[in-house]
Structures are given as structure tokens and as C-alpha cells.
Design a protein around this ligand. Structure first.
Ligand code: ATP
Ligand code: MG
Length: 332
């Protein structure tokens, strides 16, 4: 039986953090055996905010190294850089003809960016979901492992797939977000202020590259409150998030013990954070060390990316041939 096709990408905007791990990379690793996977570094997507050209190369290489350090196996998946696949911007152009200004202006992430940097509302920002749809549809993917923040972008990708199929003929399956049960993940920043992000709120974000003491310091400063005052109280988001992090890195018995303490209103957050910090350090240290080691070997990363691009182009070129034929851009 043919394997189902999976696509997902990470922007080359900085250091990967635990949200990227929880929301995305962890699932990439789980999917690499059972699916035909295309994972990419979204370097074009990072250009919306005009990064310093000097930083891009290192950012791209780091994302690749950190993915592999988390357990991604380039022998099993196609791991490539978005800009190595010219069929992606080609499909983006074609999809742009089916994308309407009004609907793009209504996208919440677009409205957020307009608020954040009103002096740089470029067309790339407005059409970000179109490029993202092209990333996915170019391989005719059906499953997309992403964090909760990407749910709406995927809905837009499904709309474009439907619109294309309706107008020109069946080509694109509808891609759905994928997780292993429990819903899409959203790791909040340690101060409870929005999600962890590569490009914001450095002190409240746990980066895979943080050293042991930095991890400890950040966790000890994580937002908590006075604790529950009645048994079985509902947990505020930022406490839920600490438990979520603990579930990732601590032994089950430890999590159960702190949950029970919470339920009985005698939890001491200081103790919980100390435990979490030590377990987090043990979890993150090997990833950090492996990523640092991989970043010493540019030639190795280049080989991986060239091979990934070869595989991704093969798949993308087949889709573009079909798309052009259906649209009528096909003359010889
Ligand atoms: P940036 O701030 O530059 O957009 P980012 O941290 O949002 O960086 P992306 O490259 O946009 O990272 O997203 C890569 C993947 O990580 C996506 O699948 C996204 O849904 C997921 N992701 C990002 N942040 C989180 C988070 N805090 N919790 C869960 N998943 C996340
Ligand atoms: Mg993002």
C-alpha cells in the first residue's frame, strides 16, 4: 500500500523551542516510519520580517541540525529548504489567482502582524497562507503535523484545494492537521503571555539550545499563583502548561504525585518547578549536544539538504505538470 503523504515546515527565524518540539518535531519523528514525509525549512516564510541576510544561512542550518538532534532521520524523510524547490513559488503564483484580498485580510495572524508592525504590511505577509497552501499542496499531502497556531492556515489551504479542484478538476486532496490524539498542541510561554515563539519573548521561551543553568533559571521564574484554594479547582492556563511540560519530560509517577497535590491544594510550586527543571535539563541536554555536534559539519547538512531537495522536487514537479495542464498553461 502507498504511504500517505505528510508535509510540514519550520521557519528559519531563530532557535527552536519546546513549542516547536511539542507541536511539530515530536510528531515528525513519530511519523517518519509510517508515512511518506516531506519536512522543510521555510526560509521564504521568514522573509516577511526582513531578517538580516547574514543570519539566514546559519538559521537554516540550525533548524536542520536541531530537527535531526530531536530524532528526525534524513534517510527516512525528505528534509529540504523551501527555496530549493522552484515549484513552490510557481504553485503559489497559480493559487494567488484563487485567493481573494478580503479573505486574506480577515486572517487573524495577518491582523496580529499588522498590529505588531504596521510599517511593514507587505504583500508577502498578506499572502502568507497562500504560500503555505502551496508548500502543502505541492506534494498533495493529506496530513500536516502542526501546532494549534496553524489550524486556521490549514483551513485556508483546504479552501484553496477545493476551489482549484472545483474550477479546474480534481487534483488536490484536502490536507488536515495531524496529532496523536489529545488535540493540537500549544505550548505557552513561561510567563503565560501567549505561545512560545522563536521570534518573541526570549526570557520566557525554552530553547533547545539553552544550557542547563539557563533552563533552570527560566523554569524557576515561570509564572505561578498562590495555588488552588478549593479541592479539584480548575487549573489556570500557565499551570496547565507546567504540567504539560512535566508530562513530556518527567516520570509518570512524578506527574501523578504533583497532580494529586494540586487536587488536594497542598502543592508547592517551588518544588514542582525544581523537579521540572532537573527533568527538563536531562531531557534537553542530549538534544543540545547532538545539535551542536551536527552544526560542526556543514558538508553533512548540505548533503542531506541536496538529497531532500532532489526528492521534494520530483514530487513537486509531478504536481505542477498536472496543475498547469488542468489550468491550460500547457502549449507544446
Ligand atoms: P515564529 O515566531 O518565527 O513564527 P514559531 O515558534 O511560531 O516561530 P514556526 O516556524 O512558525 O515557529 O512554526 C513551526 C511549527 O511549530 C509549526 O507547526 C507551529 O504550529 C509549531 N509551533 C510553534 N510555536 C508553537 C507552540 N508554542 N506550541 C506548539 N506548537 C508550536
Ligand atoms: Mg510561527
Amino acid at each position: 500500500m502507498e504511504k500517505e503523504i505528510v508535509v510540514s515546515g519550520i521557519r528559519s527565524t531563530g532557535f527552536l523551542h519546546l513549542g516547536n518540539y511539542f507541536g511539530a518535531v515530536r510528531n515528525y519523528v513519530r511519523m517518519q516510519d509510517g508515512y511518506r514525509c516531506y519536512f522543510f525549512v521555510a526560509d521564504y516564510h521568514s522573509l516577511t520580517t526582513h531578517p538580516d541576510p547574514k543570519d539566514l544561512r546559519q538559521n537554516v542550518y540550525r533548524v536542520v541540525a536541531e530537527n535531526i538532534a530531536c530524532g528526525l532521520d534524513p534517510e527516512k524523510v525528505a528534509l529540504y529548504v523551501q527555496s530549493d524547490i522552484p515549484e513552490i513559488p510557481e504553485l503559489y503564483l497559480l493559487l494567488n489567482m484563487l485567493a481573494y484580498k478580503g479573505e486574506l485580510e480577515k486572517v487573524p495572524t495577518f491582523k496580529d502582524k499588522v498590529r505588531q508592525h504596521p510599517d511593514n504590511v507587505n504583500a508577502g505577509l498578506l499572502t502568507y497562507p497562500v504560500l503555505m497552501a502551496a508548500d502543502i499542496l505541492v506534494h498533495r499531502a493529506v496530513k500536516v503535523p502542526v501546532g494549534k497556531d496553524q489550524e486556521q492556515h490549514l483551513e485556508i489551504a483546504r479552501n484553496f484545494a477545493q476551489r482549484f479542484n472545483h474550477r479546474y478538476g480534481e487534483l488536490f486532496p484536502e490536507p488536515y492537521p495531524f496529532d496523536y490524539g489529545g488535540g493540537l498542541t500549544r505550548v505557552m510561554s513561561l510567563d503565560g503571555n501567549g505561545k512560545m515563539s522563536k521570534s518573541a519573548n526570549e526570557n520566557a521561551t525554552l530553547y533547545l539550545a539553552d544550557d542547563d543553568d539557563t533552563i533552570r533559571k527560566k523554569i524557576m521564574k515561570a509564572k505561578t499563583d498562590a495555588g488552588p484554594s478549593a479541592p479539584d479547582s480548575e487549573m489556570p492556563d500557565f499551570i496547565q502548561n507546567l504540567f504539560q511540560l512535566m508530562e513530556l519530560v518527567s516520570a509518570e509517577a512524578v506527574v501523578t504525585q504533583f497532580r494529586e497535590q494540586y487536587r488536594q491544594c497542598n502543592i508547592r510550586y517551588g518544588d514542582m518547578k525544581k523537579q521540572l527543571a532537573e527533568d527538563m535539563v536531562s531531557f534537553m541536554r542530549p538534544i543540545r549536544q547532538k545539535a551542536a555536534e551536527l552544526q560542526q559539519n556543514d558538508a553533512h547538512i548540505q548533503r542531506i539538504l541536496r538529497e531532500g531537495a532532489r526528492q521534494a522536487r520530483e514530487s513537486a514537479a509531478a504536481t505542477l505538470r498536472e496543475a498547469r495542464k488542468l489550468i491550460g498553461v500547457h502549449y507544446y
